[in-house]
Design a protein around this ligand. Structure first.
Ligand SMILES: Cc1ncc(C[n+]2csc(CCOP(=O)(O)OP(=O)(O)O)c2C)c(N)n1
Length: 318
């Protein structure tokens, strides 16, 4: 697959930004610096980055509890994201929402979301709004294969099909929902097959391959913007870490835990030829990405924590 040098550089730099963000988050979580839960998408970087690189400024995404990559790839500010994780008032939600409640509407990020399946409902609503306002944009709704079994997933896909809404349903099938492996809770071998029941296309892509993800979402987004209706994309990927940080992952065999990181979208992109980028350009992009995220984390960590007296602010109107 041919790809411009500019796009190749963007994909590579963003995958490193997402990876670095989550590696730092994992470290700081282990140190006890981040309150609440965090869910990491390490190993899934090609999904967020490949998909969001197919979108423009007027397009929207809806995300999940595993949303750091989606938010960063759509242009959210890593400083404000880190501040939110550190529970500092400079964060996206004044430090009150944490990792699962990051939104940046101006950048088209309609929110990470702790309620499984809601990204499909919210995404369908946003797509209806675009259609009513006759805006030539689309929505990508990210969700997991666990969410694909919720009632709202069926309702959203059915409505989006009937009204030919400009939406791409993007399922990151990362082999687990919480602690349950795919075959225990999904009735079909391919989530994409379910699209036939709604009468729109369903596509399975290799979620380790950022170029394949990008190509699939580009095609689906163009179709959506042109009035062709939804597409269901199923990206087969792998969640390196546990469901949440600290999950002992007793449901994975030792062999799987040892070889999990063999599934590596960044390495895969390099092995594919990285869009023709030479090795020195790649290492420069990696250094740049790591520095940007490291700086954001250090900035956020250095901010004052809000005083205890602020606990009641923004709780009641007026
Ligand atoms: C409505 C609802 N039910 C249950 C939960 C608890 N829960 C959190 S994540 C999760 C599994 C989600 O799996 P999947 O959609 O495959 O996403 P992944 O974690 O693999 O990214 C569940 C059941 C929840 N947050 N919301």
């Amino acid at each position: 697959m041919t790809v411009s040098t500019e796009l190749a550089a963007r994909l590579y730099r963003l995958m490193w930004e997402v990876r670095t963000f989550e590696l730092i988050a994992a470290d700081r979580y282990r140190e006890g610096d981040l309150p609440g839960f965090i869910h990491l998408s390490l190993g899934q970087e090609a999904c967020a980055v490949g998909a969001c690189a197919a979108l423009g400024a007027g397009d929207f995404i809806t995300s999940t509890h595993r949303g750091h990559g989606h938010c960063l790839a759509k242009g959210a500010d890593p400083r404000l994201m880190m501040a939110e994780l550190f529970a500092k008032s400079a964060g996206y939600g004044k430090g009150r929402g944490g990792s699962m409640h990051i939104a940046d509407v101006a950048m088209g990020v309609l929110g990470a979301n702790g309620i499984v399946g809601q990204s499909l409902g919210l995404g369908t609503g946003a797509a209806l709004s675009l259609q009513i306002r006759k805006e030539p944009h689309c929505v990508v709704a990210f969700f997991g294969e666990g969410a694909s079994g919720t009632g709202i997933a069926h309702e959203a896909m059915n409505m989006a099909a009937i009204w030919k809404l400009p939406i791409v349903f993007f399922c990151e099938a990362n082999r687990y929902a919480e602690l349950s492996p795919y075959a225990v809770h999904v009735s079909v071998e391919r989530i994409a097959d379910r699209a036939a029941a709604y009468g729109f296309p369903g596509v399975t892509v290799d979620g380790e391959d950022v170029l394949a993800v990008h190509a699939a979402v580009t095609e689906a987004a163009e179709r959506a913007r042109a009035g062709g209706g939804p597409t269901l994309i199923e990206a087969r990927t792998y969640r390196w870490h546990g469901h949440y940080e600290g999950d002992p992952q007793v449901y994975k065999t030792q062999a799987e835990r040892d070889t999990g990181t063999d599934f590596d979208p960044i390495l895969r992109f390099e092995r594919q030829g990285a869009g023709g980028l030479p090795a020195d350009a790649l290492s420069g992009l990696r250094v740049e990405a790591e520095a940007r995220i490291r700086e954001a984390a250090e900035w956020a960590a250095g901010l004052q924590s809000p005083p205890a007296s602020a606990i009641g602010e923004d709780v009641y109107a007026g």
